[in-house]
Design a binder for this molecule. Structure first.
Ligand code: HEC
Ligand code: HEC
Length: 388
């Protein structure tokens, strides 16, 4: 009996020492008033495959430097779903970035506070292996050596700045960060979350941005059929994948021939950060040109990452295409001779390329694009709305 008691006592002592992952009982009861959170926080480490880590020591270093703390990401998750981040208490980040759509929106342009709409399609967030690492924000990219930035016009250099823009934007959340702090600091849940993430229960402006950033950096999409194929071929996207159908492998070879010079063949890192892909002859939205004022940037937009593309419709910066069929039709014979049309989509005679895909080729390309869907991230509890 006595030994049993000792055993239990030591177990309790040990587990309460493990401050790094458990939330203590008092904290848990405060959080449980409003939130469904587990007693042990979820693991939010981005899931870069071991094969990639072995091939590119840069990734290992980046993951070490940019270690995602589970408590930080937990706080970020709560903030991401908290409507109090908007002036009217009706819009959270998740209002425009829906988990089941890989954190993109089902509307062509998103609706923000007071039913105001912006002009661009909400970018999907779960499209990479690890947000800032895939973008190359925190190290030089292994393959291309380039870094990509955030937003359709490539103008936001930092993920914390991107969150700040959403909070401050008139048509998104229309708040300033200090006002968010004023609203949240009296709520005991943030006392607990902030304490576990930053060591003090007083929530500060930069804590909000850091926590959101950690949560987004942990949105790692790595369990698609495509990823399994990469693992099976030891990270060789040019090889036929044993787990793919004939159509998927055929689609992959077409993609690697016609599309990967911009979108990449491994969907792991940015290859070409921005381009014009000939949506129009004249662009209404100047894109990157609106930021730099340079002629060669007019109508130039971010080349988006394509992981989970199956579920992120509508497509393009203005959400003009509802289906992947529409997208493939555009590349097949709809590319327009925009003055800044990228050279990779031009024939030698200066005319836009006409790939003129057969119906079999179109189906293969779409089958391939669908192999990039990772069901796990679309449903995982650790990325879902924690509010009761
Ligand atoms: C009203 C809708 C709306 C809300 C609310 C919103 N976003 Fe967005 N988000 C967008 C749109 C639209 C874009 C694309 C903006 C652009 O390119 O000009 C975007 C882009 C982004 C990007 C850039 C992704 C990339 O790959 O470049 C990130 C990151 C992001 N949002 C995070 C957030 C966070 C965090 C919040 C909450 C603090 C938030 N968003 C709230 C609509 C919204
Ligand atoms: C010259 C570079 C380039 C090439 C080559 C290219 N793309 Fe794109 N792609 C882009 C750009 C830039 C965008 C965003 C354009 C915009 O919204 O203004 C885009 C957008 C897309 C989108 C929509 C993404 C989203 O989130 O809305 C899909 C899907 C896509 N491309 C697939 C393909 C396929 C399939 C091919 C080959 C047939 C291809 N791309 C070839 C540059 C390119």
């Amino acid at each position: 009996m006595r030994t049993l008691f000792l055993l239990i006592a030591t177990t309790i002592a040990f587990s309460s020492c493990d401050k790094s992952h458990s939330i203590n009982e008092e904290q848990h009861s405060i959080l449980s008033e409003k939130l469904n959170l587990p007693a042990d926080v979820f693991d939010y480490t981005p899931g870069f495959s071991q094969a990639l880590i072995n091939d590119f020591p840069e990734i290992r270093d980046a993951l070490e430097r940019d270690e995602v703390h589970d408590h930080l990401a937990t706080m970020g998750r709560v903030l991401f779903y908290d409507k109090r981040l908007s002036r009217t208490n009706e819009i959270s980040c998740a209002s425009c970035h829906l988990q089941e759509r890989a954190f993109s929106d089902d509307k062509a342009v998103s609706r923000g506070v007071n039913d105001l709409t912006g002009t661009r399609n909400a970018l999907a967030l779960a499209t990479t292996m690890g947000f800032e690492t895939s973008y190359g924000s925190n190290f030089s990219l292994p393959v291309s050596g380039v870094s990509a930035f955030f937003s359709w016009d490539d103008s936001v250099f930092d993920l914390t700045e991107q969150s700040l823009r959403a909070i401050e934007s008139d048509v998104e959340m229309n708040m300033d960060l200090q006002a968010v702090v004023n609203k949240l600091e009296s709520d005991p849940i943030y006392g607990v979350l902030n304490k576990n993430a930053f060591g003090t229960s007083q929530i500060m402006e930069h804590n909000i941005l850091e926590a959101l950033k950690s949560f987004m950096n942990s949105m790692s999409s790595v369990e698609s059929k495509f990823d399994k194929g990469l693992v099976m071929t030891r990270n060789n996207p040019q090889a036929d994948f044993p787990n793919f159908s004939n159509s998927e492998n055929f689609g992959k070879s077409l993609f690697n021939r016609d599309c990967s010079s911009c979108h990449g063949d491994s969907h792991s890192f940015s290859v070409t950060p921005t381009a014009n892909n000939g949506l129009d002859i004249y662009s209404i939205d100047p894109g990157k040109g609106g930021v730099t004022s340079r002629e060669q940037d007019m109508g130039v937009f971010k080349v988006p990452f394509l992981r989970n593309i199956e579920v992120t419709s509508p497509y393009m910066h203005d959400g003009r295409f509802n289906t992947l069929e529409d997208v493939i039709d555009h590349y097949s014979n709809g590319i327009q001779p925009h003055p800044n049309l990228d050279i990779r989509l031009l024939e030698n005679d200066g005319q836009p390329k006409r790939f003129d895909y057969s119906s079999e080729e179109k189906i293969a390309l779409i089958d391939y694009l669908k192999s990039l869907t990772d069901q796990n991230i679309l449903t995982a509890e650790k990325f879902s709305d924690p509010f009761k």
